[in-house]
Design a protein around this ligand. Structure first.
Ligand SMILES: CC(=O)SCCNC(=O)CCNC(=O)[C@H](O)C(C)(C)COP(=O)(O)OP(=O)(O)OC[C@H]1O[C@@H](n2cnc3c(N)ncnc32)[C@H](O)[C@@H]1OP(=O)(O)O
Ligand SMILES: CC(C)C(=O)C(=O)O
Length: 541
C-alpha cells in the first residue's frame, strides 16, 4: 500500500490544528536554528540562519523553530527575518518561557509570518520544580495555563512543552497537558529533555496520555528527544508507534550536549520502514545530504564518516563479499538508494567546455538552488578549477558551492600571496589584501611552516590576534590534483570563529579558511565600534 493511499483512508475527525485525528502524516518540526544552535560551537549569524532556513523550506519541513527571541537582539532579528522571508511557505516558530515578556517578544518576532507558531515551555518534573524553578505543582499549572493563554492572544497555533516530561510523574503530566490544551495549545510536545527515556518507557508515556487525557485528540502529540544515551531517534520512533504525529529534530542531530534526534535518520527510517510505521513525512529526501553539508559548513562541525544517512561512508562498500553481493543485487547490502538521500558520489562530471545550462542542471541535481549572483560566482570558480584539474567530480562542485555559502561581506580580500619554505630556510609569507574601501595592504611574516606564516601575516594586516584551535584538511575528491578543503576554528576577541576554504593548493585553502574566520571577527569588531560610536553623545554640534 502506498503512503498516499493510506493518507486518504484516515478518519475525518479533525483536531483544532486542522489535522485529521490519527493522520498518517508525521510533521517534521526542525529546531536546528534553536536547540541545534545551543550546541557548543554551533552558533550561527543571521545570514547563515537565513541560508539554513531557505534550505529547510526547500526540504519541506512543516515547522521551523527559528530561535528564542528573548535570548538576544541577534536571536530576535533572525527569527523576525526568517518569519518575514519564509512565513508564507512554512510555519515559523519562536520559543518562549512562561513569562509575559518572553511571550510578547516571541509574538513580535513571528508577527509578520502568515504561518506562525509560539512555543511556550515550563518544566514539570519534580527535580526541576524543586531545584530550578522553586514552584509547586499548583503554580506550575497556573503559569502554564497563563502562558498558553497569553500566547493565544496573538497567535492561533500554540505549542506547549512540559520540559523534562519524560521524568515527570505521569498523573501530573496528564493534568498539565489537559489544562494546556484547554487553555488553547494545539500541539503538546513531550520532551525527553535529558535523554533519559528508553523506547518502551517513552512509548508508554505517549500511550498513557492518549488514554488518560480526555481532550488529547484536540492537539497533535509531539516528541523532542535528546541523545544523551544515543536513544533519541529510537525514542522518537517509539512515540510515533504510540500515536505521536510531530517529531522535533535537527539536521545532523546537533543540539544541547549530545544533541537531538537527527532529522535525516528519522525521515529515512519512516520512509524505509513504511511497512512498519505506516506513516509518511513531507520531506523531499534527495535534499538530505545537501542540507547536512550546509549545516556542517555554517557551524564548522563535520559529521563522522560512519554517520547514518549523510556520512561519507553511508553508502560505501569496502569488503569483497559485500561488493560481490551489491554487484549481483544492490538490495543485498543496501536498504535505501544513495540517490534517495542525495548522496554525492564521485561521478565524473563536466569539463571546462561545459556551459551554464549543463552546470545549472548539475547544481540542481546535487540539491542546491543558487540565486543568479551566487550561480555566476560558482560557475566562474568551476571554470577556473576545470582549467587546473583534469577531472572534475560532483564532490568538487559541492565544495565550490559550499565555499560561497555564508559569504556576505568579505571586508578583506586576497589580491596576491606568496610563500617560501623548505629545509634550511625560514618559512615566510607575503600577502596583499584589499580592504572594504579598496585600499591595498601588504605585509610579510615568518612562521613554523608556510601555513603558520600565512596566518601570522593575515593577523598582522587585519590587526587581530587569534588563537588557532583546530585545523583540519581533507581531500574533496580523488587524484593528486584533488581540491583540498581546510576547516579552521579560532578564538579571537573573546569569541570562537570558523572558516572553510577550498583550493587545489592546500596553503591557499588554509589562507581562505583563516581569512573567512578573521573577516567574521573583524565584521563583529566593526559593528561593536559602530554601536559604541552611536552610543556616544554627538561631538562638535
Ligand atoms: C531545555 C531547553 O533547551 S530550554 C532553552 C534553553 N535556551 C536558552 O537558555 C537560550 C539562551 N539563554 C539565555 O539567553 C538566557 O538564559 C535568558 C535570556 C533566556 C534568560 O536569562 P536570565 O534572565 O539572565 O536568566 P537565567 O538564564 O540566569 O535563569 C533562568 C531564569 O528563568 C527561569 N525559567 C527557566 N525556565 C522557565 C520557564 N520555562 N518559564 C518561566 N521561567 C523559567 C528560571 O527559574 C530563572 O529564573 P530567575 O532568574 O527568576 O531565577
Ligand atoms: C524547550 C524544550 C522543548 C526543550 O528544548 C527540551 O526540553 O529539551
Amino acid at each position: 500500500m502506498s503512503a498516499e493511499s493510506t493518507a486518504e483512508s484516515n478518519s475525518a475527525e479533525d483536531n483544532v490544528a486542522g489535522e485529521p485525528a490519527g493522520s498518517d502524516v508525521v510533521r517534521i518540526f526542525d529546531t536546528t536554528l534553536r536547540d541545534g544552535e545551543q550546541s557548543p560551537g554551533c552558533s550561527m549569524n543571521t545570514a547563515e540562519k537565513l541560508e539554513v532556513a531557505k534550505a529547510l523550506v526547500d526540504l519541506g519541513v512543516d515547522v521551523i523553530e527559528a530561535g528564542f527571541p528573548i535570548a538576544s537582539p541577534g536571536d530576535f532579528e533572525a527569527v523576525q527575518k526568517i518569519a518575514q522571508k519564509f512565513g508564507d511557505q512554512t510555519t515559523i516558530c519562536g520559543l518562549a518561557r512562561c513569562r509575559p515578556e518572553d511571550i510578547d517578544r516571541a509574538a513580535e518576532a513571528v508577527r509578520d509570518a502568515e504561518l506562525k507558531r509560539i512555543h511556550v515551555f515550563l518544566a514539570t518534573s519534580a527535580i526541576h520544580r524543586e531545584f530550578k524553578l522553586k514552584m509547586d505543582k499548583d503554580e506550575i499549572v497556573r503559569r502554564a495555563v497563563e502562558g498558553v493563554q497569553r500566547a493565544k492572544e496573538s497567535c492561533e497555533d500554540i505549542e506547549f512543552s512540559p520540559e523534562d516530561a519524560a521524568r515527570t510523574e505521569l498523573d501530573f503530566l496528564c493534568e498539565v497537558v489537559e489544562k494546556a490544551i484547554d487553555a488553547g495549545a494545539t500541539t503538546v510536545n513531550i520532551p525527553d529533555t535529558v535523554g533519559y527515556a528508553t523506547p518502551a518507557q517513552y512509548r508508554q508515556v505517549i500511550e498513557t496520555l492518549r488514554q488518560r487525557v480526555p481532550n488529547i485528540e484536540r492537539a497533535i502529540i509531539s516528541t523532542h528527544c535528546h541523545n544523551d544515551l544515543g536513544l533519541a531517534v529510537a525514542n522518537s520512533l517509539a512515540a510515533v508507534e504510540a500515536g505521536a504525529r510531530q517529531i522535533e529534530c535537527t539536521v545532523n542531530g546537533i543540539g544541547e550536549r549530545a544533541g537531538n534526534a537527527a532529522l535525516e535518520e528519522i525521515v529515512m527510517a519512516i520512509r524505509t520502514r513504511f511497512d512498519h510505521y505506516g506513516v509518511r513525512t513531507n520531506i523531499d529526501t534527495p535534499k538530505l545530504c545537501s542540507i547536512s553539508r550546509l549545516v556542517c559548513t555554517v557551524t564548522g562541525q563535520s559529521v563522522q564518516r560512519n554517520k547514518a544517512i549523510v556520512g561519507r561512508n553511508a553508502f560505501a562498500h569496502e569488503a569483497g563479499i559485500h561488493q560481490h553481493g551489491i554487484l549481483q543485487e544492490r538490495s543485498t547490502y543496501e536498504i535505501m538508494r544513495a540517490e534517495d538521500v542525495g548522496y554525492v558520489g564521485t561521478n565524473l562530471v563536466l569539463g571546462k567546455h561545459s556551459g551554464r545550462h549543463a552546470f545549472r542542471d548539475r547544481v540542481a541535481a546535487l540539491g542546491h538552488s543558487l540565486d543568479p549572483g551566487a550561480f555566476e560566482q560558482v560557475f566562474a570558480d568551476f571554470i577556473t578549477l576545470a582549467d587546473k584539474k583534469k577531472e572534475v567530480y560532483d564532490s568538487d562542485i559541492v565544495a565550490l558551492i559550499e565555499d560561497r555559502i555564508g559569504v556576505v561581506e568579505e571586508r578583506w580580500q586576497v589580491v596576491s600571496f606568496h610563500t617560501s619554505a623548505g629545509s634550511g630556510s625560514i618559512p615566510t609569507a607575503t600577502i596583499e589584501l584589499k580592504d572594504a574601501d579598496g585600499e591595498i595592504h601588504c605585509d610579510a611574516a615568518t612562521g613554523d611552516g608556510p601555513i603558520d606564516a600565512v596566518f601570522n601575516t593575515l593577523e598582522r594586516i587585519i590587526g587581530i590576534e587569534a588563537r588557532l584551535d583546530s585545523f583540519e584538511v581533507r581531500s574533496v575528491s580523488r587524484g593528486k590534483d584533488a581540491l583540498g578543503e581546510v576547516n579552521v576554528r579560532l578564538a579571537a576577541l573573546g569569541r570562537d570563529y570558523h572558516g572553510k576554504g577550498v583550493s587545489t593548493d592546500i596553503i591557499e585553502a588554509g589562507m581562505k579558511a583563516y581569512l573567512k574566520a578573521l573577516n567574521a571577527a573583524d565584521a563583529e569588531k566593526a559593528s561593536g565600534r559602530q554601536i559604541a560610536e552611536a552610543a556616544q553623545p554627538a561631538r562638535g554640534v
